[in-house]
Design a protein around this ligand. Structure first.
Ligand code: NDP
Ligand code: 2IT
Length: 445
């Protein structure tokens, strides 16, 4: 790492002890930015990096709620409003027992660059709670969401901060959150949340957008080598919103997705994942992937283990951070891996990324490859602002244009900085320069 940036990185690490994922995300971005600072000394003089690594505002709050048995439950809520140089803070809410401040900060930090890459007017933020939705009734989910919003509402707004979904937060949760926001504020402020239901201000394609976008990005990477998804053997991790829609899109382009996972195990379906059955089990019944193995013939369910033990020509990690390590990456590379598209945020460890890049595997980092979700959230905001709603075809076309644009910008930036094909460099520099220019123009804030 450039010595000037290393000193800044060391200060960030010392100021934020114990936040391993945040340290990892900051280190990975700063490692790319040395050449930018040679060309732009004004970024150092303006202390852009020091400011960028310190969130504009961090909110931590108590979320008290009552479970179905009448017991009082207490969770912790977070919203980290990281950077608003390009627009209102924008980013998802994650409900998962692993959520802590370091995880929310890593996600919020990544979101700044991702959102800049989309070309849309959105800043970066993230939030969530250590609440575990697993096994909770609808009524419990609703009471939790209402309590969470009873504190969060005072910090958000269509011109301030616009949350959406992430792990454990989908259309159902956004509905309960929106209802409570409307009730407290007495305003039908559609633009305060994205991922809304289609009949009350949501956008078509938003549910599909992250998974579709990841596959569109990976297809553009494959095209640079004269390849496509057609005929590829694909392994996907996760079986949530991003994974299911990535599977659907990859198969529509002629790939066979042979496996997907949840946190309990994975299924191997050599005939190609049956997306309708997967949706029925995961989205309608909110069941476990194990049921897929029971209900479809010629499918193996592996309890525990890692889906990355399987061979693939294209890997789409769509579950969670640091799920794919250096050893798994090396094994995938030995067995013919061509490309990786990160549907999740930071799913590959730093060692895994190095293995992929050293082997010449096409590697699309999350902040570029999974930007389709937040980009379509920005399209939802655009529709809300104009009180309009677009067709599926039009919205999907916009998503495709945006993803192809992100791919091309990352590739062109990597070329410009002398490292063709390095999408990590392209994404980090491309996102950073846009935010840094805006921060300098807006003065010391
Ligand atoms: P969902 O809650 O819909 O699905 C998450 C999936 O990942 C589930 O299959 C879950 O399994 C699995 N998973 C979650 N945590 C773990 C863990 N610690 N270990 C193993 N498996 C795990 O979330 P999404 O699909 O929305 O999100 C997936 C990833 O994509 C996240 O990294 C998220 O940040 C990222 N992302 C999401 C976007 C969106 O629009 N939703 C946009 C951009 C990125 P189980 O059910 O067993 O917990
Ligand atoms: O990580 C992400 O980009 C998301 N969870 C989507 C955020 C959004 O505001 O749509």
């Amino acid at each position: 790492m450039d010595a000037r940036l290393e000193a800044i990185r060391d200060t960030v690490l010392a100021r934020n002890p114990g936040e391993g994922e945040f340290h990892q995300a900051v280190t990975e971005v700063l490692e790319s930015l040395g050449p930018v600072h040679d060309r732009h000394p004004e970024f150092l003089e303006g202390a852009v990096l020091e400011r960028l690594c310190e969130p504009e505002r961090q909110i931590i709050f108590r979320v008290p709620w009552v479970d179905d048995a009448g017991r009082f439950q207490i969770n912790r809520g977070f919203r980290v409003e990281f950077n608003s140089a390009l627009g209102p803070f924008k980013g998802g809410l994650r409900f998962h027992p692993s959520v802590n401040l370091g995880i929310v900060k890593f996600l919020g930090f990544e979101q700044i660059f991702k959102n800049a890459l989309t070309g849309m007017p959105i800043g970066g933020g993230k939030g969530g709670s250590d609440f575990d939705p697993r096994g909770r009734s609808d009524a419990e989910i609703m009471r939790f969401c209402q309590s969470f919003m009873t504190e969060l509402y005072r910090h958000i707004g269509e011109y301030t901060d616009v949350p959406a979904g992430d792990i454990g937060v989908g259309g159902r949760e956004i509905g309960y959150l929106f209802g409570q926001y409307k009730r407290i504020t007495n305003r039908y402020e559609s633009g305060v949340l994205t991922g809304k239901g289609i009949s009350w201000g949501g956008s078509l394609v938003r549910p599909e957008a992250t998974g579709y976008g990841t596959v569109i990005f990976a297809e553009e990477m494959l095209k640079t080598r004269g390849l496509s998804f057609d005929g590829q053997r694909v392994v996907v991790s996760g079986s949530g919103n991003v994974a299911i829609n990535a599977i659907a899109k990859a198969q529509s382009l002629g790939a066979t997705v042979v496996a997907c996972s949840d946190s309990s195990g994975y299924v191997v379906d050599e005939a190609g994942i049956d997306v309708a059955l997967l949706r029925q089990i995961k989205e309608v019944e909110r069941g476990r992937l194990k049921d897929y193995g029971i209900r479809r013939s010629a499918v193996d369910y592996v309890d525990g283990g890692s889906v990355w033990d399987l061979d693939a020509t294209v890997a789409l990690p769509c579950a969670t951070q640091n799920e794919l390590d250096g050893a798994a990456a090396a094994r995938l590379v030995r067995n013919g891996l061509l490309a990786v598209g990160e549907g999740a945020n930071m799913p590959s460890t730093r060692e895994a990324v190095a293995v992929f890049q050293d082997a010449g595997v096409l590697f699309g980092p999350g902040k570029a490859a999974n930007a389709g979700g937040v980009a379509t959230s920005a399209l939802e905001m655009q529709q809300n602002a104009s009180r309009d709603s677009w067709s599926f075809a039009h919205t999907e076309e916009r998503l495709t244009e945006i993803m192809v644009g992100i791919h091309d910008r990352c590739a062109a930036t990597a070329d410009e900085y002398g490292d063709p094909g390095n999408y990590v460099l392209g994404a980090n520099i491309g996102g950073f320069v846009k935010v840094a220019d805006a921060m300098l123009a807006q003065g010391l804030i």
